[in-house]
Write a protein that binds this ligand. Structure first.
Ligand SMILES: Cc1ncc(C[n+]2csc(CCOP(=O)(O)OP(=O)(O)O)c2C)c(N)n1
Length: 289
């Protein structure tokens, strides 16, 4: 689909490096949200494995902002920005110490990102359901410019698929055959008020996007090989249509008392809970070897 060269297949060494990166990101997230005493730990923890693979291997990312041939990264479920801030720091674009300013007045790392302050994310987020439309516009702009070799990536959540605007965007992406648009959903089946099945059932998201004309793939969002395989598929598969990956994830993944518990959608841990979480993540890190 793209002329770009794909990364080498994963080896035990590169998989280990990704696992360590995901673990580091999880520790960053827990510390950031604890220090800010506000924010969203659950979604970001569930996304750490996916962001590690995407930013290290598939997204054309430069620490210098706004390079013309960068891939465009759009964060629709913007409340999970702690995972993006962490991985972008770990990719060398900002100092790791800046993560300590998360959600502070005057910080570039606001609770919902804005490209005015933080140019590595293309959109201003916060109001859910808008990112896919932004992605459609971005992918159309790429076409108007003669299809230079950059891709548009849209990070989404299952909760925001309850928004009608998502489906207007899904319809237009298929209509315009936006084959250089890749979206993925954090399919953890949880939203702010509880489980999506209790709040507003989403039905079969795979069949829905397929019916709208997308190429769709499901993947385990905590299996690094499966994540890698899904992104590789999205970049290289043939077909004149936008691509969607539905990543099955566990909200709060890696911190036992947060896993699959809607309470941790948007509650900061106490200092004690932070300590416990970091101890668990350190044990997991030691097991990676
Ligand atoms: C248009 C809009 N409506 C409501 C909200 C409030 N809100 C913030 S996060 C959230 C839950 C969204 O679900 P999801 O992204 O799946 O949550 P997570 O998996 O991160 O827990 C809601 C309703 C919002 N930010 N924007």
């Amino acid at each position: 689909m793209s002329e770009r060269s794909l990364p080498e297949p994963l080896t035990p060494d590169s998989t280990r490096e990704l696992a360590l990166l995901a673990n580091t990101i999880r520790q960053d997230i827990v510390r950031m949200v604890t220090k800010a005493a506000s924010g969203h730990p659950g979604g970001p923890l569930g996304l750490a494995d996916i962001y590690a693979v995407l930013f290290r291997r598939y997204l054309r990312f430069y620490p210098e902002p706004n390079k013309p041939d960068r891939d465009r990264f759009i964060l629709s479920n913007a409340h999970v920005c702690a995972v993006a801030y962490s991985v972008i720091a770990r990719m060398g674009a900002i100092e790791v110490e800046e993560l300590d300013t998360f959600r502070r007045l005057g910080s570039r790392l606001q609770g919902h990102p804005s490209p005015l302050y933080f140019p590595w994310i293309e959109n201003a987020g916060g109001s859910l359901g808008q990112g896919l439309s932004f992605g459609v516009g971005t992918a159309l702009a790429n076409r108007l410019d003669g299809e230079p070799d950059w891709l548009t990536w849209v990070a989404m959540s299952d909760g925001e698929c309850q928004e009608g605007m998502t489906w207007e965007a899904a319809m237009s992406a298929a209509h315009y055959r936006l084959r250089k648009l890749i979206a993925f959903v954090d399919y953890n089946r949880i939203q702010i008020d509880g489980h999506t099945d209790d709040v507003m059932s989403l039905g079969d998201l795979h069949e829905k996007f397929k019916a709208f004309g997308w190429l769709v793939r499901d993947a385990d969002g905590h299996d690094l090989m499966a994540i890698d395989d899904a992104f590789r598929w999205a970049v290289e598969t043939d077909g004149d249509a936008p691509r969607m990956i539905l990543f099955r994830t566990i909200l709060g993944k890696g911190v036992s008392f947060m896993e699959d518990n809607p309470k941790w959608h948007g509650s900061p841990p106490s200092e004690d809970q932070c300590e416990q979480a970091i101890a668990e993540l350190e044990a997991a890190r030691a097991a990676i070897g």
